[in-house]
Design a protein around this ligand. Structure first.
Ligand SMILES: Cc1cc2nc3c(=O)[nH]c(=O)nc-3n(C[C@H](O)[C@H](O)[C@H](O)COP(=O)(O)OP(=O)(O)OC[C@H]3O[C@@H](n4cnc5c(N)ncnc54)[C@H](O)[C@@H]3O)c2cc1C
Length: 434
């Protein structure tokens, strides 16, 4: 690790890793600080869905347009992290059937490809979907393996010279004459001080805490969501309830033997300790079970939870489901601190775009070109040799130190059931140790 970087990125979720890659590709020296491990926050505990935008088309058109655009970009650039299973919206009640035409119109307006699906065809495609289903449409929702994506991004960023420090928590942002001059933090090796010209705050639901280290106020609404994992293959497609966003409206066929039903939404009192319990199970089985009744007899083998970093707008009163899923990039120069940018809100699906806008916002200050390359850069899966290298390492029992933490974090994440989920994280850990 050097003692000076052009930019320090705080937070190793989807926004932070893409910001790190973006800066490295634009020629900046960049260090990523993550207090736990890459993708251990919300990004590693999502619902696993690359949104087509249809979920937001009627209520949040800006977020819908962002989602379909990024859905296309990530499908093209990171095909090894995405499974194109398709998404089906299904109506099972009168009011849902009435919502059908509004949804189709809104999807078309946002340029989201949408196809009517005959209920007879639906029954043959999805035998576990409620036999009373009244109507259905097909949209390009896909499964996304966010941890694979984040580690692929980091491998490329590191190959382009980016530094990364995990287990390192940012404690203070050093300021001189209204300008960022460095950061201070704590890591297992002790306290550290690093000089820098810019800081990107990509700490997701913890953005407010990080901004406070520079004496600034960023209001984030921490909206916790719980998901239930059923150890069964119940659907081929992602199944959405045909209604505006609400609790228990999506079922994702995430991996072999792992179906994820979600989500709930409630205000988190403490974003580091979210309780998931009987009440969540009841909501998820009730609501998701109405579309896929077999879910109720299979039940959940485990629950996991995470927190949405929603944007709090002054004077705006909205329920947790109504707050926009779009994002905001705040250049704090307007409040008198140059070189500090916060990127907050959005979706896993739009993390690349959020990072691009955050880097654009700090580019002039740190002297790198405006205009990102991440839209065009191809991310690679591990080669056969690399996969064999990792397999040999596992067989030899070479798992120690930070690799143990990767295992632990993977087991707490969305990927506990995916057998191949450790290849990219281990490859990354191995490169890091070199
Ligand atoms: C229940 C739920 C389900 C969701 N499902 C989907 C979905 O299916 N599809 C979709 O597109 N979106 C989904 N989302 C939204 C999406 O997951 C988030 O918007 C996105 O992952 C946020 O990424 P991020 O990088 O901003 O934050 P995070 O992934 O939380 O990353 C922030 C990182 O900052 C680190 N950090 C915090 N403080 C510090 C510090 N002081 N120093 C150093 N590091 C620090 C944290 O450890 C963390 O790793 C879901 C959200 C929730 C809550």
């Amino acid at each position: 690790m050097r003692d000076y970087y052009d930019v320090v990125v705080v937070g190793g979720g989807i926004v932070g890793v893409f910001a790190t890659l973006d800066l490295a590709l634009r020629g900046a020296s960049v260090l990523l600080l993550e207090r736990r491990s890459i993708c251990s926050g919300t990004s590693g505990k999502s619902h696993g869905m690359l949104h087509s935008g249809a979920r937001y088309a009627t209520t949040d058109p800006k977020a819908a347009v962002e989602c379909i655009r990024e859905n296309r970009i990530l499908s093209e650039n990171a095909p090894h992290c995405i499974r194109d299973v398709g998404g089906i919206f299904v109506s099972v009640r009168d009011e849902e059937e009435e919502y059908h035409s509004e949804l189709v119109k809104s999807c078309k307006r946002a340029e989201i490809p949408v196809e009517e699906l005959d209920v007879g065809v639906l029954r043959s495609l999805e035998p576990y979907v409620n036999r009373e289903a009244r109507s259905a449409i097909l949209v390009p929702d896909k499964v996304i393996y966010a941890r694979d994506l984040a580690f692929s991004v980091m491998l490329l960023a590191m190959a382009r010279g980016a530094g990364v420090l995990e287990g390192a928590s940012l404690e203070r942002i050093a300021v001189e004459s209204g300008q960022v001059v460095g950061v201070e933090g704590a890591s297992p090796d002790g306290v550290f001080k690093i000089g820098c010209r810019g800081v990107i705050n990509a700490a997701g639901p913890w953005c407010g805490e990080v901004a406070s280290k520079a004496g600034l106020n960023v209001e984030v609404i921490p909206a916790a969501g719980v998901m239930g994992v059923a150890n069964a293959n119940l659907t081929r497609h992602i199944i959405n309830r045909m209604r505006p966003p609400s609790d228990g409206d999506i079922i994702v066929p995430y991996a072999a033997g792992a179906t994820i039903a979600g989500t709930t939404a409630k205000l988190a009192e403490d974003q580091d300790r979210i309780e998931a319990g009987e009440e969540d199970v009841e909501i998820l089985l009730q609501e998701c079970g109405e579309v896929v009744p077999a879910l109720r007899s299979v039940g959940f083998s485990r629950l996991y939870a995470s927190v949405r970093p929603l944007i709090a707008k002054e004077g705006e009163e909205a329920g947790l489901r109504e707050i926009t899923r779009s994002f905001e990039v705040i250049d704090h120069a307007e409040e008198g601190l140059r070189g500090f940018v916060t990127a907050v809100g959005g979706k896993l699906t739009t993390g690349r775009l959020i990072a691009e806008k955050a880097v654009d916002s700090i580019s002039q200050h740190v002297g790198v070109p405006r205009g990102s390359f991440t839209e065009r850069v191809r991310l690679e899966p591990p080669s056969r040799e690399e996969a064999l290298e990792i397999e040999a390492m596992l067989r030899a029992g070479e798992v120690e130190g930070p690799i143990e933490r990767l295992f632990r974090d993977a087991l707490e994440s969305i990927d506990a059931e995916r057998q191949t989920a450790l290849t990219l994280p281990l490859l990354y850990a191995k490169r890091l140790r070199r």
